[in-house]
Design a protein around this ligand. Structure first.
Ligand SMILES: [Fe+2]
Length: 215
């Protein structure tokens, strides 16, 4: 089976699976997977990474959210294996894809990951940094993962500030040049969210909004 056939097989299985789970995947749904896959190919080309492996990893990188909400990538390992095998991937390819995903995870990644993980990381991170994401999808993340805004703001600042400070928020020149300005504003926004939640009048206002089901 050719690489293109494997990708096509994989994609068609995933389209069906994501359709079945779309109600629960308000943030990590097929819209997210499609965007991350498209951008990961662009970044893979720039880096000279293996495009087949990057594209495959991007397609299955968030299957853990189908297995269990608010989970880590490890939770999707079994489902990834099952779906990739069905699509004709060898166990060696499945192992490589698993490593790309584990290494690109925001909580694991560092400066010395593979080119394939760097390409996927830039695409996945870019979704978080898009100016539309806090406006349209932050509340969807809160609903999907059953967390509150304080927890989400803390998670973002805690996971992303040191990546920005150590110069690996993005790995590719293209992402750095085109999107770092968005990422900085985004991180500043979430830091401001954390700061404003210290104000007791803000907290009271949010509690009222929540109890009256405005938010
Ligand atoms: Fe993702």
């Amino acid at each position: 089976m050719s690489e293109t056939e494997k990708i096509n097989q994989l994609r068609s299985q995933l389209v069906t699976l994501y359709q079945q789970h779309q109600d629960g995947l308000l943030f990590h749904g097929w819209h997210h997977i499609t965007f991350v896959t498209n951008k990961s190919i662009v970044f893979a080309k720039e880096l000279g990474a293996n495009e087949f492996l990057v594209q495959s990893a991007a397609l299955v990188h968030d299957l853990n959210y189908i297995v269990e909400s608010n989970s880590k990538p490890e939770a999707g390992k079994g489902l990834r294996e099952e779906i990739l095998s069905k699509a004709g991937y060898s166990s060696e390819e499945i192992e490589k894809i698993e490593k790309i995903i584990m290494d690109e995870c925001t909580t694991n990644r560092h400066g010395d990951i593979s080119l394939e993980s760097k390409a996927l990381s830039d695409a996945d991170t870019l979704f978080k940094a898009l100016p539309v994401t806090p406006i349209l999808f932050a509340s969807k993340y809160i609903e999907e993962n059953n967390v509150d805004v304080a927890k989400l703001a803390h998670k973002i600042c805690d996971e992303q500030t040191h990546l920005m400070e150590s110069g690996i928020y993005f790995y590719t020149d293209k992402a750095k040049q085109s999107y770092l300005k968005w990422a900085k504003v985004n991180l500043e926004l979430w830091s401001n969210v954390e700061e404003c939640l210290k104000d007791e009048d803000v907290r009271e206002m949010l509690e009222i909004a929540e109890s009256s089901e405005v938010i």
